[in-house]
Design a protein around this ligand. Sequence first.
Ligand SMILES: NC(=O)c1ccc[n+]([C@@H]2O[C@H](COP(=O)([O-])OP(=O)(O)OC[C@H]3O[C@@H](n4cnc5c(N)ncnc54)[C@H](OP(=O)(O)O)[C@@H]3O)[C@@H](O)[C@H]2O)c1
Length: 325
Amino acid sequence: MRAITIPKPGDADALVLAEVPAPTAAHDEVLVQVAASGVNRADLMQRQGFYPPPPGCSAYPGLEVSGTISALGSDVTGWSVGDQVCGLLSGGGYAEQVTVPATQLLPVPEGVSLVDAAALPEVVSTVWSNVFMTANLQPGQTLLIHGGSSGIGTMAIQLGRAIGARIAVTAGTSEKLTACRDLGAEILINYREQDFVEVLAGSTHGSGADVILDNIGAKYLSRNVDALAVSGRLVIIGLQGGVKAELDINMLLRKSAAIIATSLRGRSVIEKAAIVAAVREHVWPLIDSGQVKPIVHRTFPLTQAADAHRELEAGKNIGKVLLTP
Ligand SMILES: NC(=O)c1ccc[n+]([C@@H]2O[C@H](COP(=O)([O-])OP(=O)(O)OC[C@H]3O[C@@H](n4cnc5c(N)ncnc54)[C@H](OP(=O)(O)O)[C@@H]3O)[C@@H](O)[C@H]2O)c1
C-alpha cells in the first residue's frame, strides 16, 4: 500500500509518499480501507521531529481516519467487514490502510459523508474529554476557546453551545471571528488587536471564564489565569506559545482555580476507549441530528500531503483539513 513516510524530519517536503507493507489487524483491532484522514497540528510537529509516535505505534503520521472495515481481528465483536467507520489512532492514518483498536471506532454519523467523518474523531475526543469530562463545563457557564476557528475550536464552539454554555473565542482575523460567530460564539476577540482578558471581563460583568480551552501554553498562562472566574478551570492542550512561563500562584489560590494539561495521543488504550465510549453516548446523537457538524476547510489528495501541511502552517484553515488516498 501507499503511505506518507518521514524519512528525515523537516519542512513540509519531508513528507514522502512511498510503497510500504500493508498492516495486519491484531486480535483486538480492525483493518480499515482509508477514505480520508484528518490533518492535525500534531502531525506538523511529528514531521518536524518534535512529536515522535508513542512506542509500538505506526511511524507514519495521521491521528484519525474514516473508511470501510476490510478485516477483523479474532477477538473483535460488534463490527463487521464492510461497516463504514471513523476512528482515533496513535499514528498511521496518512495511508491507504490502517489498523484501529476496535474500542476506538465510531460509526459514520447520519448525514455525514464517509470522507467528512475523518474530521471528527480527534477533535471530538479532544474537546469532549477536556472541556466536559475533565473541566466539567456546565450550562450557563462561559467557555473561552483560544484559536476558535481551528479544527479543535470549531468543534468546541458547537459542543459548548449544544449544552447551553456561553462561548468566547479568540482568532487572528475578522473573517475567522465571523466563522466562529456563525457556529455559535457570542464573545468575539481579535487577539491581534484586543486584550482577551479585558474583553472577557467587560462581557461577563468582570467574572471571567469558567473554563478556558488553551492551545498557546506559556505565552498565555498568566493572562489565562487572570481571565478565569472563581473556581475556573484552565485546560492547556497546545503549546504553540512555548513551554516555560512564570505564574503568580496567589492568583490561582485566590480564585480556587485549576490548571490542567493533557495529551490525547499519550493516553492508554483503556483511557481512549472510555473517551470514545463517552463521545458515542453524548456527542454522536448531536451529530446524527445535525445540531453539530464536522467543519471541513479543504480536502487534498494524499499525493499533496505537503500542501495540506502548508495550508495549516500558514493558518489558512477554518476547521479541518483532510487527505484522501
Ligand atoms: N492535547 C491534545 O490532546 C490535543 C489534541 C488535538 C489538538 N491539540 C492542540 O490543539 C490546537 C489546535 O489544533 P488543530 O489541529 O485544530 O490546529 P489548527 O487548525 O492548525 O489551529 C491552530 C490555531 O491556533 C491559532 N492561534 C495561533 N496563534 C494564536 C494566538 N496567539 N492566540 C490564539 N490563537 C492562536 C490559530 O488561529 P489564527 O489563525 O486566528 O491565528 C489557529 O486557529 C493545537 O495547538 C494542537 O496541538 C491538542
